[in-house]
Design a binder for this molecule. Structure first.
Ligand code: ADP
Ligand code: ADP
Ligand code: ZN
Length: 215
C-alpha cells in the first residue's frame, strides 16, 4: 500500500503517519525529516536547503524527489509507504508517479486532512518532538503522559523546530495554498482522494484514516 497524507503545515500528517507506522509497520517518508537530517549532517543538500527552510519556502523539486527515490530503495518491496509532506508541487507529483512506476508500486490513496487555517498557528507553535525517537507532542493537545518524559522511549530531551514560529508559518501556509493544494485535482481525477476532518480529536482522525485504508 502506498498513500499520501496531504494537508497544510500542522494538519497532523506527521502525527498520523507515526500512528500508521506503529499499527501497520508501514514506512513514513517525510521529506521534511530527511531535509532536517541533511541540514544536521551538513551534507551538500543540507547546506542548500537550510536557509530555504528557515524562510518557510520550498526546497527544489529535484532535491526532494531524489531523497524520496533513495529512501524507497532502502525499503523492502513489500513495505507500505506513507508519503508525508511530499509531493508538494505539480512537478513533484509527476516525479512521484515515475518513481513509483519504476519500482512496481502504485498509489492507493491520497488522504487530505482538512483543517481550519486559524488553528494551525497554535498547532505549530505548540509542537515539539522527542530528541531521541522523534515522537511528536503538543504543549496543549498531546502532552507526554509523565511530564518531561517521552511516552515511547523514556528520553527527557525534547526539541522544537526553528521554522515553527508564527511568522514562518504564514509563508508555509501561503506556499501550501499556491503550490500544493493545486495538485489535488490530479488525484481527484483518478478517484483516489479521500477527505478527513483534521479538526477532530487525534483518535478520531486516526479512526477515519483506518477506515479509508481498510476499505
Ligand atoms: P510541515 O510540518 O510544514 O508539513 P515539513 O517538515 O514537511 O513541514 O517541511 C519543513 C520544510 O522543509 C518546508 O517548509 C520546506 O522548506 C521543506 N520541505 C519539506 N518537504 C518538501 C517538499 N516536498 N518540497 C519542497 N520543500 C520541502
Ligand atoms: P504536520 O506533520 O501536518 O505538519 P503534525 O502532525 O506535526 O503536523 O501536527 C502539528 C501539531 O499539532 C503537533 O504538535 C500535534 O501533536 C498536533 N496535532 C496533530 N493533530 C492534531 C489533532 N487532530 N488535534 C489536536 N492537535 C493535533
Ligand atoms: Zn522518545
Amino acid at each position: 500500500m502506498n498513500i499520501i497524507l496531504l494537508g497544510p503545515p500542522g494538519a497532523g500528517k506527521g502525527t498520523q503517519a507515526q500512528r500508521l507506522v506503529e499499527r501497520h509497520g508501514m514506512r513514513q517518508l517525510s521529506t521534511g525529516d530527511m531535509l532536517r537530517a541533511a541540514v544536521k549532517a551538513g551534507t551538500p543538500v543540507g547546506l542548500q536547503a537550510k536557509a530555504v527552510m528557515e524562510r518557510g519556502e520550498l526546497v527544489s523539486d529535484a532535491i526532494v524527489s531524489a531523497l524520496i527515490g533513495e529512501e524507497l530503495d532502502q525499503m523492502g518491496p513489500q513495505a507500505g509507504a506513507i508519503f508525508d509532506g511530499y509531493p508538494r508541487t505539480a512537478a513533484q507529483a509527476e516525479s512521484l508517479d515515475e518513481i513509483l512506476a519504476v519500482r512496481g508500486r502504485k498509489l492507493d490513496h491520497v488522504i487530505e486532512l482538512d483543517v481550519d487555517e486559524d488553528a494551525l498557528v497554535e498547532r505549530i507553535t505548540g509542537r515539539f518532538t522527542c530528541a531521541n525517537c522523534g515522537k511528536g507532542y503538543h504543549d496543549t493537545f498531546e502532552q507526554p503522559r509523565e511530564p518531561g518524559v517521552c511516552d515511547k522511549c523514556g528520553s527527557r530531551e525534547f526539541k522544537r523546530r526553528p521554522d515553527d514560529n508564527a511568522e514562518t508559518v504564514r509563508t508555509r501556509m501561503a506556499e501550501y495554498r499556491a503550490k500544493t493544494a493545486p495538485i489535488l485535482p490530479i488525484y481527484e481525477a483518478r478517484g483516489i482522494v479521500s477527505r478527513v476532518n483534521g479538526m477532530a480529536e487525534l483518535d478520531g482522525v486516526t479512526a477515519a484514516i483506518e477506515r479509508i485504508i481498510s476499505g
